[in-house]
Write a protein that binds this ligand. Sequence first.
Ligand code: BDP
Length: 734
Amino acid sequence: MFRRFFTNLFILWVLFLAGAGQVSHAEDGYDLWLRYQPVADKTLRKTYQQQLSQILVEAHTPVLSVAAAELARGLSGLLAKPITISNKKLSKQAVVLGTPANSPLIASLKLGDRLLALGDEGYLIEQTRINKRVVTIIAANSDVGVLYGSFHLLRLIQTQQSLDKISITSAPKLQHCVINHWDNLNRVVERGYAGLSLWDWGTLPEYKSQRYVDYARINASLGINGAVLNNVNADPRILSDQFLQKIAALADVFRPYGIKVYLSINYNSPRAFGDLDLADPLDPRVQQWWKDRTKKVYDYIPDFGGYLVKANSEGQPGPQDYGRNHAEGANMLAAALKPYGGVVFWRAFVYHPDIGDRFRGSYDEFKPLDGKFADNVILQVKNGPIDFQPREPYSPLFSALEKTNMMMEFQVTQEYFGFATHLAYQGPLFEESLRTETYVKGAGSTIGNILEGKVFNTKRTGMAAVINPGTDRNWTGHPFVQSSWYAFGRMAWDHIISAESAAEEWLRMTFSNDKNFIDPVKKMMMISREAGVNYRSPLGLTHLYSQGDHYGPAPWTANLERPDWTAIYYHRAAKDGIGFDRTKTGSNAIAQYPAPLAKLYGDVNAVPEEFLLWFHHLSWDHKMKSGRILWDELVHKYYEGVEQVRNMQREWDKLEAYVDAERFAHVKALLIVQERDAVIWRDSCVLYFQTFSGKPIPAGYEKPQQDLDYYKALARTRYVPEPWHPASSSRVLK
Ligand code: BDP
């Protein structure tokens, strides 16, 4: 009897260790930043062991249960000893979880106002005493706050922070922190570079893969509270009963992790379902159709989040097909969602072929509609006016719409940054964007503060990221794409968090706490985005790709069905110079910014040089701050980009001792590809622009590896590492 008991206990323990990652296994990246390996610093590990002995949770709600289970898993792994969950007996050094409403112990602490200030999702972590016992509490107003606090406590240990006398409060600055998947129903992911869609529609709702749970854990660890499951170029079938049943199953998995499900809808759904022959938002039959369908959605998923809509953009249907504007279109859906508390994320990514300057498109469309959107509509605006380019000035909509809820749309997926092949940590891009000072209401009117609702006093707030994890074992293809997922989540929680600190946390949790590793890799990460800008499109150049293939260079691309899909439209290189004049003498898009910025960007001597050619068309001889002429500076930047990648290679190669063999070799190989691609970018662009400048590559730089004809031919036959892109399988040679 006893023997059996101990044998069982032993088996359980072994299984448990395996789950916690103790049994050594190859580091394949599956666990992302939730690895929970034993704390390497043994003294510190011992201290943690003394400080945390047990998890006490008095209530059995679904969310508290997953919080306790995550803590048990995490602490047992990190502390290398089993940490059990109890629901009644308080031992000393316990971690006590709960809300004042469901934990008598937490209630006994009378946390009152301190908790109230933390809102629905914030939390307090504190070392305190209960019944004379020293304990660590994780308290919140809601269970999900406790869950977020649990992940925070784990993060502190994963990053080897001291827990002595700990007293931390934290609350998200935005309401909606949402992931956007661009997944099609056939599991092909638009701009997806890491395998098939995570959602295995064929086996849902019956089979609920462990991946769904781990996906939810990853997001919850950052405070992400929503996921749009399907592509913005939406298949209407997503709202059919058969799909709603499958989606309900996913929603059930995500619910205990605080994640709501949202869906992208196709504006033509009433027609696609064969019920009506129109989709006019002002037609009562259409309105009723959406009310009925939306009720169905809520029958399946009672806490459904709402709809994401791409309308009248890139060929998608929308209200303008019936002569109605975007507000009329959005408000019709908002009315259908309102009784259930749902919201509409209406995308501002709209640009019409007849508009002279694409930069102006979305502002010209939405500015006249400011104040016309229902209160449960949030306009989802890409960070820049064009389209997730390596660097863009901010979208002027952010400082222009004073009476419209707005949220940010970033892209973690590296659509324009070398897909899953290049190392390009997006933290610095997010930070640059969020910290941009718009001056719209004087100093402090940063994009982050606008998003928070502090500048215009808007009621609904949020941040979204297009992110396409797939069935690749490590979710994201390039292991470092995970870091941008991480940084997005951290900055969506608090836009003040810096790219550097997010990178450091991620490195510590994902790889190692060893300074000898962290310092150089953090440097690599921090430079990687700028390197990507430099070897692709420095000094404010943009969109030098060939149409549809957003991977390699083709700055010569011309003569497409839409001029704003060509590359020459953006750079405007000619004998007289290069750049897009957006000042008064050009498209005057600059006037869409608040006066101080319009002045700054409009002044050729004051505009930050990284934005120079976004706003000015300048002679090749234009004098730059460095003293070089524009042509020489351009060449310098392209070469600098390649050198930065080479430096990254050299740095990584020195770190073999600190990284497991599998991830070391993977990143090393990817950096080789990146260097090769960077040279192709540099040479293609420099040689092509040289045909206009007529100037030599200054002395001291290595020669281009091939000539321009070679690179043009290469672009025509280029293999594009996007598994599902037509250009990767068959390609028409022109
Ligand atoms: C572009 C992508 C395209 C998306 C579009 C969008 O190339 O695949 O559908 O953005 O955001 O960047 O709707």
